[in-house]
Design a protein around this ligand. Structure first.
Ligand code: ATP
Length: 719
């Protein structure tokens, strides 16, 4: 169970009436709580849709009940080394912030303060039970993603740069925020002070629907570090309060708010696309399309993920609610398919003096990509105090010549300990490996922690350490035989370049909302080319605020709507598609009202859409449509469509060899990878791209990219 999805229906607020309630849990005759949410079909109220979740919490549910049922059981897992992610998802005004943060009164406290309270309580208990041999430290990071930019909420607002912080991919596949601050947090008081202060930094602006609406995604990261002697176990609880998707017709948003809203809606749309792609088992998940999805990395993150779907019970939210229900029920499908999750924890290399064994071995690092444990089951079992009966891959061996012993790195985060000289020769010697092949006995976090408990009087600390050492050695020996090589460390140079690239992208984006609009157009076209008309429509509508009143864009939207409506009439629909974003409709309404079109950025729109005119190719269009030629980027005169250079270019593309393709001008690693992936997934082995026209029609391979690749071959002097 990698994603647990639960729905929470908020109570009616002042000025809301019971007669407008349309969202209910299914009634259960057997007295058990329901797991089904019911909502009428908006087209035919006599019909009802049912959506099943892992849990459904109706209006009277208290903060404590929700926390006790859904979060508290995972505290134990957190201390066993699993990462825990809890995020609230839903339309604006449905109770996400109430659920995550809650009110100031004790009973109103939300998941986050209760989580911290639980963490400190458990930390105290662990320290006490171990006679202070195990120490626990807690550190907090808190940041927001506003307009797709990351800002540290623990730093004063004046310290922000316009482009915010960049994201960095770690060698273990996790995405981290570069330069994010981390504050030690000793107790609940500390936390409250930090948290309240930080929340005043959070971008919140009033909307018509919700006077305290969150306009950013807020992510609190609670790092728990347990140290027992040399052994360090680190795990993270992340609590995420996502901004709510908005229906701009209902919110009366101004221009600035529309852009914010577009950014929020876009990231949530990308999230739904990721959920879809994972649920369909696709190889390419569009995580990179937004910072929120990169950070959330749904289905990729290790440990336990709980999605709380917040719902308003009212009719006025009908279509939005259906859309949220659709998305989250697909997220539940991830849970079904992605049953295996990885447990990550780390251990320092141990000193020879304390070791029960003198076997030379490498530093330890967690297995990346090992899918060998049902994390949910493990958590549930652990929570119930039952032994976890499935093996856990905890470590693999890696060669570490360049980095001597003390900096053991893990898939979670690096262990930051002050550099020490190697504690024994073997720590810096990667040559010898344990040769003793023994039974590949299981090491479970539960097992280790139990063995480590000094409360077992029959064992001395040295004996316990020796035992742990022996177990680890056994596993290392077994793993040596079978473990795949760990993912390579990113060299400093590569890391530096990646960061520079991120910064460049961020800089380019800064104050350039138009480029955001262009991204929507690009995504719209990609969806259209895949025949995903609803998604394409949504993207075109999201692009509209950036090209207000653009008549061609409006007509494209109308055409797509007509096309989708026609398709729907022919289909027997059993689920409701997510509703089209209303930004476009609102603008249209405003346009109609004022009787004139807003200022139009025709040039930008035309350039962006130059090579997209339904079924026409770039070349065809530039030849046919003289009127558009101002905006259309023409292919260089020298491009000869069927000449030898074109053939060479096509041969390179058809080789599907990543490194060769990356050698082409204008094709960076990402474009090249996307291209190869596209060819692999969309065509049979042996199928060839025969013409440049075909090549240009591949998503991401606009005319300009092809031309640059062509020019590169010419400039390279091959011909
Ligand atoms: N379970 C609940 N009990 C009592 N009041 C609630 C509950 N859930 C939500 N509310 C109230 O509903 C209103 C909207 O909730 P909240 O601000 O948490 O919504 P939200 O989903 O976070 O919205 P946004 O995305 O705009 O930030 C608030 O006044 C909040 O106090």
């Amino acid at each position: 169970m990698s994603v647990r999805v639960v729905a929470r229906i908020r109570p009616l607020l002042e000025k809301e009436f019971d007669r407008d309630t349309i969202v209910r849990p299914a009634s259960n005759d057997d007295g058990r709580s329901s797991t089904v949410v019911k909502i009428p079909n908006p087209r035919n109220e006599s019909e009802e849709f049912s959506f099943t979740f892992n849990g459904v919490y109706d209006q009277p549910t208290t903060q404590e009940e929700l926390f006790t049922a859904e979060v508290a059981p995972h505290l134990k897992s957190l201390f066993l080394g699993l990462d825990v992610t809890i995020f609230a998802y839903g339309v604006t005004g449905t109770g996400k912030t109430h659920t995550m943060r809650g009110g100031l009164k004790l009973a109103d406290r939300g998941v986050i303060p209760r989580l911290l309270s639980g963490v400190f309580r458990r930390a105290k208990k662990i320290t006490k039970d171990s006679d202070s041999e195990t120490t626990v430290t807690v550190a907090l990071s808190y940041y927001e993603i506003y307009n797709d930019k990351v800002f540290d909420l623990l730093e004063p607002v004046e310290k922000r740069t316009p482009s915010g912080l960049s994201l960095r991919a770690e060698a273990n596949g996790k995405t981290v925020v570069a330069g994010l601050s981390e504050r030690p947090c000793h107790d609940l008081k500390d936390f409250e002070q930090l948290y309240i202060e930080a929340n005043t930094n959070r971008v919140t602006a009033a909307t018509k629907l919700n006077a305290h609406s969150s306009r950013s995604h807020a992510i609190l990261r609670v790092k728990v570090t347990q140290t027992t002697g040399d052994m360090i176990r680190e795990s993270t609880a992340s609590a995420i309060d996502l901004a709510g998707s908005e229906d701009n017709r209902r919110t009366d948003n101004g221009k600035e708010r529309l852009v914010e809203s577009a950014a929020i809606n876009k990231s949530l749309f990308v999230l739904s696309q990721c959920i879809d792609a994972i649920a369909r088992g696709e190889r390419r998940i569009p995580f990179r399309e937004s910072k929120m999805t990169r950070i959330l990395s749904l289905g990729q993150n290790n440990g336990i993920t709980i999605m709380i779907l917040n719902l308003a019970p009212l009719r006025s939210y009908h279509l939005d609610t259906l859309s949220s229900l659709n998305v989250s029920s697909r997220a539940k499908r991830i849970e079904v398919r992605e049953i295996e999750n990885e447990i990550v924890y780390k251990q320092q290399p141990r000193s020879a003096a304390n070791s029960g064994s003198n076997i030379a071995r490498q530093p330890l690092r967690p297995l990346a990509n090992s899918h060998n444990i049902n994390a949910g089951a493990a958590a549930a079992a652990a929570a119930a105090g039952k032994p976890v009966d499935r093996p856990v891959k905890a470590f693999s061996v890696y060669t570490d010549k360049a980095k001597p012993a003390p900096t053991a790195r893990s898939a979670n985060t690096a262990v930051k300990r002050s550099p020490q000289p190697p504690k024994r020769p073997s720590d810096s010697d990667s040559g010898s490996r344990p040769s003793k092949i023994t039974r590949p006995e299981l090491v479970r976090p539960t097992a280790i922690s139990r063995q480590l408990k000094p409360s077992q009087p029959s064992m001395s600390a040295d004996q316990i350490e020796a035992m742990v050492e022996k177990k680890v050695s056994e596993i290392l020996a077994a793993r040596t035989q079978s473990a795949p090589p760990p993912p390579p460390e990113l060299s400093d140079e590569v890391q530096r370049r990646l960061e520079a690239l991120e910064r460049r992208i961020d800089d380019e984006r800064r104050d350039d909302t138009r480029s955001e609009g262009l991204r929507f157009l690009l995504m719209a076209r990609q969806h259209k080319e895949h025949g995903e008309n609803s998604s394409a429509l949504k993207m075109y509508e999201m692009a509209l605020p950036y090209f207000p009143g653009q008549t061609k864009l409006l007509s494209k939207i109308e055409k797509l709507k007509a096309c989708i409506a026609a398709d729907r009439e022919n289909e027997d629909i059993d689920t409701i598609e997510p509703k089209a974003d209303p930004v476009a409709q609102m603008i249209e309404q405003k346009v109609k009202k004022s009787g004139r079109l807003p200022e139009v950025d025709d040039d930008a729109y035309n350039v962006a859409e130059a090579d997209d005119d339904d079924d026409e190719s770039y070349v065809g269009k530039s030849k046919k449509k003289g009127k558009k030629s101002r905006a259309v980027k023409k292919a260089p005169e020298s491009v000869i469509e069927d000449g030898p250079i074109s053939q060479t270019l096509l041969d390179i593309i058809n080789s599907r060899d990543l490194s060769t393709i990356m050698g082409l001008q204008g094709l960076g690693p990402k474009k090249a990878r996307d291209l190869v992936q596209y060819l692999d997934t969309q065509s049979e082995d042996g199928d060839r791209i025969e013409t440049l026209v075909q090549l240009r029609s591949i998503p991401g391979m606009g005319g300009r990219t092809v031309d640059r690749a062509y020019e590169g071959l010419v400039a390279g002097g091959v011909y």
